[in-house]
Design a protein around this ligand. Structure first.
Ligand code: F6P
Length: 461
């Protein structure tokens, strides 16, 4: 193998450039040329295939900085439709013209599904990423626990079996943490710390909405910011129990901070906010408005008199406010944990494709003996019996639903990731770069401008 392609697909994370960097550095050692495809699968669907050389003469281009968030290749949520056989053939032909012999896709569950039909045409390997930490398994046999209900072949209901495995050990996780997750938690924890002091000063109840879709991993990690209550999508909201806890805390400390995973469900199992379908082949949906919905519920349940009688606020609406941490969770510099392991996972993906493997992904594992280390898994192992990849949900053992907090096991899990996750270079960046005088006198130099100068396209045939 002489030349490989690489692309970044789906929503971005702060660690994508780090994965690209690790992949290119490993390719340099192995004597492989790496062609970066622009804009994820969108670049392959485009007949001109905008691309650039990431390691001319086997040295990594200087624009590829593992410490910068985003992706120099650009990302998109465009996917290849596996029913469009002509389009698939065209993509294979374009890669052939570029003399690309294998493809590395950096992405999540949507990307694996997008990559799947291509694995029939040429070797493809996935390097994982997602801030949601939902690409992976709590334990290897988890996909076999999905069962099909009813006899409706057209639209069968696939649900988790009631007898799913209840106990696990830390060594069981497949993909202990995905690149991007640690930085997202880092951002969320700081946001909560900041919201807390203002909630304290003004005797308010704060509802902070965090990303993660149907998975509560980011919400769980928010515990580092010491919120009072964490609500995760995997546990339906119990309004009575929640209000009881809020009342106790508000009476005691005159403020409450609640973290809400954006995909939280109400007592009937409906999403609290709005849900919009996306074009993602993993069937991912977009969530919005969960925090506002919870605020309305609490305002109605607690009422104005509750706050007035305590001489704190005139109305419940004044007392309860919401904040979305939003896309800051996905942007900016990766923290050390993400940068380091993302680079390793990129390097491992290159090794896999170089040794002739196809339809596999590199994984980040943890064991008592070896600590964090990279490994690999066949992509099919992530699929249930009907071929679906389910987003990894937060296993019940990680969360204490009575206290709305991480369980003891959840604390162990988080501590493995975060005990040494942040390096001093983060502080250095703030002191020497973010708050340097030159920030005030120069404009932001977008990486897109420099990358455009290196970009090439396929000439018409
Ligand atoms: O999957 C990553 C993620 O950031 C989710 O946590 C979030 O729900 C979604 O993407 C947001 O997507 P977009 O940036 O397309 O609105």
């Amino acid at each position: 193998m002489r030349r490989i392609g690489i692309l970044t697909a789906g929503g971005d994370t702060p660690a994508l450039n780090a994965t690209l960097f690790g992949a290119v550095e490993r390719a340099n050692q192995l004597g492989l040329e790496v062609i970066g495809i622009m804009k994820g699968f969108g670049g392959l669907v485009d007949s001109r295939v905008p691309h650039l050389k990431l390691n001319p003469l086997f040295s990594t281009i200087p624009e590829l900085d593992p410490g910068q968030g985003g992706t120099i290749l650009g990302a998109s949520r465009t996917y290849i439709d596996d029913s469009q056989t002509d389009q698939l053939k065209e993509v294979a032909h374009r890669l052939e013209r570029l003399e690309i012999e294998g493809l590395i896709c950096i992405g999540g569950d949507g990307t694996i599904n997008g990559m799947q039909p291509l694995t029939e045409l040429f070797p493809c390997v996935l390097a994982p990423k997602t801030i949601d930490n939902d690409l992976g398994l709590n334990y290897l046999e988890e996909p076999n626990e999905w069962v099909r209900d009813g006899s409706d072949e057209e639209s069968p209901v696939i649900r988790r079996a009631d007898d799913q495995r209840r106990t696990l050990v830390l060594e069981d996780f497949v993909n202990f943490a995905t690149p991007g997750y640690a930085t997202a938690v880092f951002v969320v924890a700081q946001a909560i710390e900041r919201v807390r002091t203002t909630a304290e000063s003004h005797r308010r109840i704060a509802i902070v909405e965090v990303m993660g879709r149907q998975s509560g991993y980011i919400a769980l990690g928010s515990a580092y910011g010491q919120p009072d209550i964490i609500l995760i999508p995997e546990q339906r909201l119990q309004l009575d129990q929640l209000c009881e806890r809020i009342n106790t805390l508000y009476d005691l400390q005159k403020n409450v901070v609640i973290v809400l995973g954006e995909g939280v469900l109400d007592e009937e199992g409906n999403e609290l906010g709005n849900v919009r379908p996306t074009r993602d082949p993993a069937g991912n949906v977009q969530f919005s408005g969960a925090a506002e919905a919870l605020r309305s519920m609490l305002c109605e349940r607690m009422g104005n008199e509750y706050f007035r009688s305590r001489r704190r606020h005139e109305t419940a609406k004044d007392a309860i406010f919401t904040r979305k941490v939003g896309h800051t969770q996905r942007g900016g510099r990766p923290i050390l944990f993400d940068r380091f392991h993302a680079a390793q996972l990129g390097g491992k993906a290159v090794e896999l494709i170089h040794s002739g493997r196809n339809n596999m992904l590199s994984t980040l594992q943890w064991s008592e003996k070896r600590g964090f280390h990279v490994d690999s898994l066949g992509c099919l192992k992530l699929r249930d019996r009907w071929g679906t990849i389910h987003p990894r949900s937060l296993h019940p053992q990680l969360y204490d639903a009575r206290r709305f907090m991480p369980s003891d096991f959840g604390v162990e899990y988080l501590d493995r990731i975060f005990s040494r996750a942040v390096g001093v270079e983060y502080l250095d960046h703030m002191r020497t770069e973010l708050f340097s005088r030159s920030q005030l006198t120069s404009r932001h130099q977008s990486i897109n401008v420099d990358i455009h100068k290196r970009m090439q396209v396929l000439p018409p045939e």
